[in-house]
Ligand binder design. Structure first.
Ligand SMILES: Cc1cc2nc3c(=O)[nH]c(=O)nc-3n(C[C@H](O)[C@H](O)[C@H](O)COP(=O)(O)OP(=O)(O)OC[C@H]3O[C@@H](n4cnc5c(N)ncnc54)[C@H](O)[C@@H]3O)c2cc1C
Length: 442
């Protein structure tokens, strides 16, 4: 492939060169992000060509690059706009390696989660990444939710996942603080992991495999006809482009003429931490039965592998794709777009959106949040739950025509590119299997 100059017509999708201020962290605790600081640049990539260019250095971009390198398919470069890996979803999630219970059996999410989760656990064990198979219980917080336990049991069995339907006595033995109406589900294979350590390991793998990883180097425009991306370091040629841009994936796709049926809506998830004395009373994760019309799992209690315990995340439509602070990341254009989309979704009550918004309003105050947590574990008191300490934004795809939240992975392609459009949970858990599926398509 020959080097090509970027033409003035290069289509841009509105992500600032380098690291836009909107993506910066708030003063909230974001974990040990410093550990994922990057190695200095060795040389400039401008005017270079790669067989594969990956846009986005989250879990999807990094595992895809690793899979391509592992198959010796050609040269690979990953471009990440933030100065560190893990600045967005992949570094701000619950850190749960989902077993694969919730997903409708015909979906891609169901088909690859079990394999992906097994591979993630094996990878963690091999690399000494901090993780723990702490298990999970799913409880019925109301009498009406009891039926959902059986729906989840059926899905789990159809997906080949080990789960057990348990009564209150067994629940008390496993998770003394949790309460349920009559029955609960126990998933012994659910694990928790430090997601930033996973990213750091993957970064090291890529370095060993000769993959170029550029951080603080956003892709700001793409021209498919000349197969060139514009980056903060200058133009770079590609054979095939993989769009793994998370919250911005729809914009990148649209700049190449695909993904027009969709738009990404960011849902803001806030977590609060339990005080150490209360944290010590939990052994694994405690989840409610979710509203199965929604792609979200509900506010849950989850330990990290080092024993800190978090309650969350909420799921409030955000006023910007990187709206992490009160004001930081608030984007008036995006806020107006979200308000319009949300208004239409509320009018039609697609996915039970009215119920979600009502629940989110209740969770907004500390008292409402406590009530939610006490529905899972009634012994929790106000003094056990701290302030909001971590925020993550889910990149949720919305079908622009039907106004429905899309509940499976979506891929679109052009002749020289593949776009990953809805890498929502459990994409972290499933990442190795998802990357294999994506690379099979290249
Ligand atoms: C609150 C929350 C809780 C979750 N809990 C879990 C869980 O417990 N288990 C689980 O399996 N999953 C969970 N998830 C989902 C999981 O985190 C995501 O599915 C996964 O991280 C998506 O990875 P990604 O690589 O697609 O996106 P990201 O991690 O967002 O990575 C995309 C990257 O692309 C970069 N980028 C964007 N535009 C450009 C550009 N133009 N040029 C260069 N770089 C660009 C961004 O800076 C970003 O780093 C959760 C998500 C959230 C938000």
């Amino acid at each position: 492939m020959s080097a090509t100059r970027v033409r003035p017509s290069l289509e841009s999708f509105g992500v600032g060169i380098g690291c836009p201020a909107t993506g910066q962290f708030t003063s909230l605790d974001t974990g040990n992000l410093e550990n994922v600081a990057e190695v200095p640049r060795r040389s400039n990539v401008s005017d270079m060509n790669f067989d594969y260019v990956v846009v986005g250095g989250g879990i999807v971009g990094l595992t895809v690059a690793r899979e391509i390198a592992g198959r010796s398919m050609g040269s690979v470069a990953v471009f990440e706009k933030e100065p560190r890996l893990g600045a967005h979803g992949s570094g701000r999630n619950s850190g749960v390696i989902h077993a694969g219970i919730y997903y409708k059996p015909a979906t891609l999410r169901a088909q690859i989660c079990r394999d992906g989760a097994r591979r993630m656990r094996e990878y963690a064990a091999e690399r000494d990444v901090c993780w723990k198979k702490s298990g999970k219980v799913i409880v019925a917080t109301t009498a009406a939710a009891v039926g959902q336990i059986d729906v989840l049991l059926e899905r789990a069995l159809a997906n080949g996942i080990r789960v057990e339907r348990i009564g209150s006595d067994e629940l008390s033995r496993l998770e003394p603080e949790a309460r349920t109406h009559e029955v609960a589900l126990h998933s012994p294979d659910t694990a928790v992991i430090d997601p930033l350590e996973v990213l750091a390991e993957l970064r090291a793998d890529l370095g060993m495999a000769g993959v170029t990883v550029r951080v603080g180097c956003g892709v700001t425009g793409i021209d498919e006809s000349s197969r060139t991306v514009r980056t903060a370091e200058g133009p770079v040629g590609f054979g095939t482009l993989i769009n793994a841009a998370g919250l911005h994936a729809d914009r990148v796709a649209r700049s190449m003429g695909v993904g027009r049926a969709y738009q990404i809506m960011a849902f803001r998830g806030a977590y609060r931490e339990l005080a150490p004395a209360a944290a010590g009373r939990f052994r694994g994760s405690v989840y409610p039965t979710p509203d199965l019309r929604m792609p979200f799992l509900g506010v849950h209690i989850t330990p990290d592998p080092r024993g800190r315990v978090f309650v969350g995340p909420t799921a409030m439509p955000a006023l910007g794709r990187e709206h992490y602070g009160k004001i930081a990341g608030l984007d008036p254009v995006e806020a107006a777009r979200t308000a319009t989309a949300l208004g239409l979704m509320l009018a039609t009550n697609r996915n039970g959106m009215r119920g979600l918004v009502r629940a989110e309003m209740r969770r907004y105050s500390a008292a409402g949040f406590l009530r939610e947590a006490r529905a899972l574990a009634p012994g929790l008191r106000a003094e056990d739950i701290g302030r909001v300490c971590k925020i993550g934004l889910r990149a949720q795809l919305v079908n622009r025509k039907t106004r429905e939240l899309v509940d499976d992975y979506v891929f679109e392609r052009t002749k020289h590119s593949l776009h990953v459009l809805n890498a929502t949970s459990p994409a972290f858990s499933s990442a190795f299997a998802l990357a294999e599926m994506i690379v099979d398509e290249l």
